[in-house]
Write a protein that binds this ligand. Sequence first.
Ligand code: ADP
Length: 191
Amino acid sequence: MRLILMGPPGAGKGTQAKFVAERYGIPAISTGDIFRKNVSEGTELGVKAKEYMDAGEYVPDEITNLMVRNRIDEPDAEPGFLLDGYPRTLQQVEELDGMIKYTGHRLDAVVCLSADPEELVKRLLARAQTDGRSDDTEDVIRRRQEVYAEQTEPLIEVYRDRGLLVEVDGMGEVDEVTQRVLAALQDVRES
Ligand code: ADP
């Protein structure tokens, strides 16, 4: 399975990605997690990414694309992968198309988690208390939502037109949402 998990900041992508990836025995590849790891290790990539992340802006495409390309080339991603937080721009969609085509495979589905914007702000502010992520302040959260609406929402139509979009309600308990996502993907596999 080659899957994408999309949705606005706070929709629960990271949480669901882990369950879905485990279910299919594929790695969950989170660009946000990879960036944060690089920031905490103080790598060159981390130093470059940090200023964008802290401002709620996207890291430039050329940096992000190269990072994903390298990650997808790892042997554990050979049988498939679930991308969490990538692609987020039309340019990243094109790049990913190229990467997948090169391996002779195709994308199976794009799961989009939907959620109410005010509920999302609440969730992210709650996460700020527990996780202390430097981009979970109210101003930065609002900026991340704007950037998502401007740059990433248009991708939903792109994948809908390709017949790959699977929309899942992301509101409710974590395991309810997981069950919805898994059921929707089961339908994809059977169709
Ligand atoms: P969020 O919950 O806001 O979606 P993530 O943990 O997925 O957060 O990502 C955190 C930050 O990492 C983003 O705000 C952005 O700066 C950067 N980032 C993650 N994925 C991408 C991407 N595909 N393109 C550009 N920047 C990205």
